[in-house]
Ligand binder design. Structure first.
Ligand code: LLP
Length: 425
């Protein structure tokens, strides 16, 4: 995290708390989240985007504490299931500031959203439009954004590319499906079309891709005005702002991205003589990735054929599936003692029964790294706990929030009893 401080004894501290004593208190693997870092990134996004709405994408990391911080910092919240909505609700998150997403929202999800009075629903299929029209006829009056696929490639991993035609999200702009979706919503007396949405993908580091998507969306607003009179008032440009997992990796800072996006939208609106819509952005990773650091304990060390070390830890793809899913790269460092004997090339591997269970490949670690050592892996706040599994019946790690020298357990470690509770024999 931005606030991590190294100490002479080899430890590091976050939120003015040393990590080694935290592992004695809470065990390992342990996910530590820097509350102040989360709050500062929320503020940076709000400052950068001015009067635009900033909606945190809860899929990156959500629990009651996180929803509370997000709410207190004045952000909105994007949820994509009845489960995420239940967390928001338990934290008392204002319904008006919640958006619900999902390409396959179930009737349960929609009922939960309408029941809680969620402010905005982002529609993603013709079937969903019909379903919402039926529910709305019974009294609910949801405000809708139509999710548009603008045909823009964000040049990110294929698994998180969502702006191109042929993948599962949104109504294609090029095929005319988006225009048809607008017609169908407008034809429903009980539905309110509030605006348009697009999300071109995740971990995007090319700001030009966002500009292109924004310009296409404004062009579409102009087409809608020509076809239907007044254009929708809201334009949600999604999230996807890339972060640097390792020193030297590119990162999109909120300030420059916001400046470019606002200029692009303003220029395109001026060119089409359109009123500037109210913008929304939906950062997830950029809010919480840097705030998280995972601490593992080394279980065994092997020497690879090329002289490299294979350092196995007591976690792995169950708490960090990102290397195996997206080829994501991380760093790792020894904490709690100073290493000796120079550095060696090492691969930090997990405890799971697959050779692809790698946490950090090609990192440098002290040559004397040994069982019992602690390794810290930074930048593990986003899409780690939220994607954690019980593969191999491994228990999910706890999450500890640190701030101003204090640590608070916000998600406890899973127990074997938790794991067994659903097995009815
Ligand atoms: N809005 C929508 C509609 C989304 O689908 C997403 C992410 C976001 C916003 C937030 O994107 P972000 O700012 O966090 O990039 N598990 C993958 C990432 C999946 C992203 C899913 N949608 C990973 O670990 O890289």
């Amino acid at each position: 995290p931005a606030t991590a401080r190294p100490h002479l004894d080899g430890d590091i501290s976050i939120g003015r708390i040393k990590l080694t004593p935290l592992t004695e208190r809470f065990g390992t693997p342990l996910l530590v989240v820097d509350e102040q870092d989360v709050r500062e990134r929320c503020r940076a996004f709000r400052r950068a985007f001015g009067d635009a709405e900033v909606a945190y994408a809860g899929k990156a990391f959500l629990c009651r504490a996180m929803a509370t911080w997000i709410g207190q910092e004045g952000l909105s919240l994007d949820v994509c299931s009845a489960g995420e909505l239940a967390v928001a609700r338990a934290a008392g998150f204002p319904a008006e500031r919640i958006l619900m997403h999902g390409n396959a929202k179930t009737p349960e999800d929609l009922r939960a959203a309408l029941g809680y009075g969620v402010g905005t629903i982002v529609v993603d299929s013709f079937h969903e439009i019909s379903r919402l029209a039926a529910l709305a006829a019974q009294g609910a009056r949801p405000r809708l954004l139509i999710r548009v696929t603008p045909g823009v490639d964000g040049h990110t991993h294929a698994a998180v590319t969502t702006g191109t035609d042929g993948q599962k999200f949104g109504f294609s702009l090029a095929s005319g499906a988006a225009a048809e979706a607008v017609r169908r919503v407008l034809a429903q007396r009980h539905l309110e079309l509030a605006g348009l949405h697009c999300h071109i993908g995740s971990q995007i580091t090319d700001p030009g891709a966002f500009d292109l998507a924004a310009a296409r969306m404004v062009e579409f607003l102009a087409e809608l005005r020509a076809a239907h009179g007044t254009p929708p008032r809201r334009l949600d440009l999604g999230g996807g702002f890339g972060v640097a997992y390792r020193a030297g990796d590119p990162e999109l800072a909120p300030g420059p991205v916001a400046g470019r996006l606002r200029r692009t939208v303003q220029d395109a609106c001026a060119a089409h003589r359109l009123p500037v819509p109210r913008l929304t952005v939906e950062p997830g990773r950029a809010i919480v990735a840097h705030a998280g650091v995972t601490v593992y304990r080394v279980v065994s060390v092997k020497h690879g054929p090329a002289g490299g070390l294979l350092v196995a830890v007591n976690g792995g793809m169950s708490d960090n599936p990102r290397p195996s899913l997206y080829g994501a790269r991380y760093t790792a460092r020894l904490i709690g003692r100073r290493g000796a004997g120079g550095e060696r090339s090492a691969t930090v591997v997990g405890r799971h029964c697959e050779a692809g269970d790698v946490i950090a490949a090609g990192v440098r670690l002290p040559a004397d790294v040994r069982p019992g050592d602690l390794l810290a892996v930074p930048c593990t706040g986003a899409y780690h706990h939220s994607m954690a599994s019980n593969y191999n019946m491994v228990r999910r790690p706890p999450v500890v929030a640190v701030r101003d020298g204090r640590a608070r357990l916000i998600i406890r470690r899973e127990t074997i009893d938790d794991l067994m509770a659903r097995d009815l024999g």
